[in-house]
Design a protein around this ligand. Structure first.
Ligand code: HEM
Length: 341
């Protein structure tokens, strides 16, 4: 059993972990491990928004492929799809780097191509976090198929201690050893011609929480699709439609597309939160998540490594200067625009 916080990021605590060293989680989980030389990562969401009833989606994939093939492009990217509360379809490309200098040299022309003059005919957005490595955590219920930021990590940990209890997420974030990560200020809107930029606050929080049922056999698949997924969807709809009342600015419940563009048996919820504590409160108190958390705990504890449903998440608490949000031609409830509309 090892700590989710790697030894080179372990520091003298002034804030306590919720569990002691002799705590034994009821099932195994793992975290992504970066090399000690990685001090910052970049998670960049590039979205295109169009009317869902449009027969053909705008040619965003070819535009994005052109961008990522340029020098210093991302080490990994994926594409997901959802129809939002305004009835708009959104294709969201997420690109990952572990070298911020490479990202910086790539980003400015890519940004101009995405939200600049080439964006006519559809809405476009860019949402970027570039957190110091101390400001984010990951969690995987099984090994062998990294997703999101973990794809560009050096590898995965062995079984970690800090999970399967409320507060585990906070305890896995290295900064939590010394910092409460309280959220300060309010997001504001800045208009730059047709482009709208949201200047968010210190310690804004983001979660990407994924589900992969592609390997499940008939019984496990039925359990997931009939019993768990409808409850998850209810929770995702709540966050999308009423989240603002509890500190969730925006939520997208998306299906990943394969390299051929076809929807896969993988989904993820991605949401923007006023603070880590607002996300904690939802996770531990909202009836939907409490239900699926309890069901998953029971199920993972009894099935152990035989479980074929894969769950993972990545959570970031970003400093004010680690964020960038830009929207053009999108409706007012898109992403962080919802926080200022
Ligand atoms: C089928 C879908 C899901 C299932 C079965 C599920 C189940 C779980 C389980 C078992 C844990 C504890 C993990 C551990 O520490 O070992 C957990 C933690 C958590 N989940 Fe989910 N979850 C799902 C989807 C989501 C989504 C979509 C979100 C948010 C958008 C979310 C937010 C969280 C948060 C914030 C925690 C950390 C709580 C803490 O450590 O204090 N979950 N979930």
């Amino acid at each position: 059993m090892e700590s989710a916080i790697p030894s080179h990021l372990t520091t003298t605590r002034c804030r306590h972990r919720r569990v002691d060293d002799d705590y034994k989680p009821p099932y195994p989980s793992f975290v992504a491990r970066h090399g000690a030389g990685v001090s910052r990562v970049v998670m960049a969401y590039f979205g295109v928004q169009y009317r869902a009833e449009t027969a053909a989606a705008p040619p965003s994939t070819s535009d994005f492929m052109t961008l990522v093939s340029r020098a210093d492009g991302p080490s990994h990217w994926d594409l997901a799809h959802h129809v939002d509360q305004a009835g708009c379809a959104n294709d969201v490309f997420v690109a990952y780097w572990d070298d911020v200098l490479r990202f910086d040299s790539w980003f400015e022309p890519a940004r101009l191509a995405w939200t600049g003059s080439g964006a006519e005919g559809s809405g476009r957005f860019i949402e970027v976090l570039r957190p110091a490595i101390e400001r984010y955590e990951t969690l995987f219920s099984s090994l062998g198929r990294p997703e999101g930021i973990a794809v560009i990590a050096e590898g995965m940990s062995g079984e970690v201690l800090e999970h399967a209890y409320w507060g585990g997420m906070r305890d896995r974030i290295p900064l939590s050893q010394t910092n409460e990560m309280r959220s300060l200020g309010k997001p504001t809107l800045l208009q730059d011609g047709p482009r709208l930029r949201v200047i968010a606050q210190d310690n804004l929080c983001m979660i990407r929480s994924g589900q992969d049922w592609s390997d499940t056999d008939a019984a496990e698949r039925r359990m997931y699709l009939d019993d768990v997924e409808p409850v998850l969807r209810e929770g995702m709809d709540f966050l999308r439609d009423q989240g603002i009342s509890i500190g969730c600015y925006a939520n997208r419940y998306m299906r990943l597309r394969g390299t051929d563009g076809v929807l896969t048996e993988k989904s993820y919820g991605q949401s923007w939160w006023q603070s880590l504590s607002a996300l904690e409160r939802w996770a531990e108190s909202h009836p939907t998540h409490v239900r699926i958390f309890g069901a998953a705990m029971k199920y993972l504890s009894s099935l152990g490594p035989a479980a074929k449903l894969r769950l993972y998440h990545e959570v970031t608490v970003a400093a004010a200067d680690e964020q960038f949000f830009e929207y053009v031609g999108c409706h007012a409830k898109t992403g962080m625009l919802a926080a200022v509309s």
